[in-house]
Design a protein around this ligand. Structure first.
Ligand SMILES: [Zn+2]
Length: 301
């Protein structure tokens, strides 16, 4: 695969803990656990999509098998690290529970778990979107979690922890992944843009970061789309069009119609915006944001 065809998210996925933005508390705890050899055998990573759950799981797999770790980071050059980076490691097994939700898949997983690594490595099993499993599958998983073989780690990742049975949760150490702060996403987008030779207006990156709503994966996917849409020079206007957002002057116009009590004028403007291809959900967000700013201004903030 060439660099051009590879998605920015895959290309710039965090390969070290210090690359992993916005989850400092989780990272610090995990690094300490690795350093002190106090890892537990099952982790539950919960939090919004695209906030680094599976990236962290892969980093954990790297750390426990790296032959030359430095300062709490994997070396990223040894055989084990390289295999994990390239997605061809037999020590990391990833299953998407959204499409493998039944008992048969979990039985198959259980059989794999029993196979011991020939060269003494720790194997890591990631079950993504684990809340999608059926009740029978959860029961089978619970048995495996209750009698874990040596040198096996489980990472259960979910966006909806409340759907996971308490019996399963009680077997795991739980980590909460937070939405990533806007400024952290903007900084990462700026870094990736610089590395990729993209010329981006700061406001363009802010628009993309806001649309990603705290998810780094979505932010990088949107940057990909912006590049496909606008080429290597990404203006704020291009980002706005790509996101289906309206010209701010036209959005302000809607509010002016409302302030003037001109219902017909306001509806006419919204209709005009809808027909020009604006995403109405984005328009609602833009209106809400503008109203918020107006209220803050009036309150003297
Ligand atoms: Zn290594």
């Amino acid at each position: 695969m060439t660099g051009q065809a590879q998605s920015l998210y895959r290309k710039w996925r965090s390969q070290t803990f210090s690359d992993l933005v916005g989850q400092e508390a989780v990272i610090q705890t995990l690094r300490q656990a690795v350093a002190q050899a106090r890892l537990t055998h099952a982790y539950l990573f919960s939090g919004p999509r695209g906030t680094g759950k599976t990236s962290t799981a892969r980093l954990l797999a790297k750390m426990v098998n790296c032959t030359n770790p430095r300062d709490g980071e994997p070396c990223n050059t040894c055989l084990s690290c390289s295999e994990i980076t390239d997605g061809r490691s037999t020590d990391v097994f990833e299953i998407d529970a959204a499409s493998n939700r039944g008992i048969d898949e979990i039985r198959e997983l259980r059989d794999r778990v029993r196979v011991v690594s020939a060269i003494g490595r720790t194997r890591l099993f990631i079950i993504d979107e684990v809340h999608m499993l059926t009740t029978e599958a959860f029961n089978a998983l619970l048995k495996t979690l209750e009698e874990p073989p040596p040198n096996v780690l489980f990472v259960l990742a979910t966006t909806e922890a409340h759907k996971i049975p308490a019996t399963v949760i009680s077997r795991c150490q739980r980590f909460e992944f937070r939405r990533i702060a806007l400024r952290d996403i903007i900084a990462r987008l700026q870094y990736v843009s610089d590395q990729e030779g993209l010329r981006t207006e700061p406001h363009a990156l802010e628009l993309i970061a806001r649309a990603a709503q705290g998810g780094m994966r979505d932010a990088l996917s949107l940057l990909d789309q912006a590049r496909a849409f606008a080429g290597d020079a990404i203006s704020a206007e291009a980002a706005r069009s790509m996101l289906g957002m309206a010209d701010p002057a036209l959005v302000r116009g809607v509010i002016e119609f409302v302030a003037a009590g001109d219902t017909a004028g306001g509806l006419h403007r919204i209709n005009h915006l809808a027909q020009s291809g604006i995403d109405l959900r984005q328009l609602a967000n833009q209106l809400a944001e503008l109203w918020r700013q107006l209220m803050l201004t009036r309150a003297g903030a």
